[in-house]
Design a protein. Structure first.
Length: 195
């Protein structure tokens, strides 16, 4: 094994530990998520076991990173971000963040006539929406509102909520989602006072 490859593999353990801690998950939780035993995960993180592709693939998926990021592969010089769309509940999600934990950003596209019947749900977290194109129907508790391009909403996701298209046209919007208690912090410069 050449020295560069050996150094890259040796660095995987600490990187795995850091990713797991950043997600605030235990070895037992990660074992359940990946199907890899707790002892194997522990030995990978400590460097006592060399990582294999069979182990790295489910770990990369669980941590929401690419294999290249997991092994710290050298950059290829290609500046493009290759988004991998996720289709769920009739919507297309494009993840815009590539790190585990913290606030996650998505671009969502809802095609027309795919979510006609509102079915409000709840879950832990806090969400911010910003409409890019189309008209978004948001049901939030007792409120039923239409958001147009340039409008935003924020809410605690423990409140029953649902969103879909308001017209027979697709809608595109940005979503920032964080764990319960996380809030977006905006910094602004104060306006200068008239003299």
């Amino acid at each position: 094994m050449d020295n560069d490859l050996g150094r890259a593999l040796d660095a995987v353990g600490p990187r795995l530990r850091a990713l797991r801690r950043r997600r605030e998950t235990t070895l037992a939780d990660l074992s359940t998520e990946t199907g890899i035993s707790v002892s194997t995960l522990s030995r990978l993180e400590s460097g006592a076991r060399r990582p294999t592709l069979e182990l790295l693939l489910p770990l990369a998926k669980a941590h929401g990173v690419t294999l290249d990021e997991l092994v710290d592969a050298p950059p290829t010089g290609d500046p493009r971000i290759h988004l991998r769309p996720i289709n769920r509940h009739g919507m297309t999600y494009l993840p815009l963040t590539r790190r585990a934990g913290g606030i996650q950003a998505y671009k969502l596209v809802i095609p027309p006539n795919t979510r006609d019947e509102p079915d409000p749900r709840t879950h832990e977290g806090y969400e911010w929406l910003y409409v890019l194109n189309g008209r978004l129907r948001l049901i939030l508790g007792d409120h039923d509102v239409i958001l147009t391009p340039g409008e935003a909403a924020e809410f605690d996701t423990r409140i029953p909520h649902w969103f879909g298209t308001a017209d027979p046209e697709p809608v595109e919007f940005l979503s920032l989602f964080g764990k319960q208690g996380e809030r977006a912090h905006l910094r602004t410069t104060p306006r200068s006072r008239p003299t």
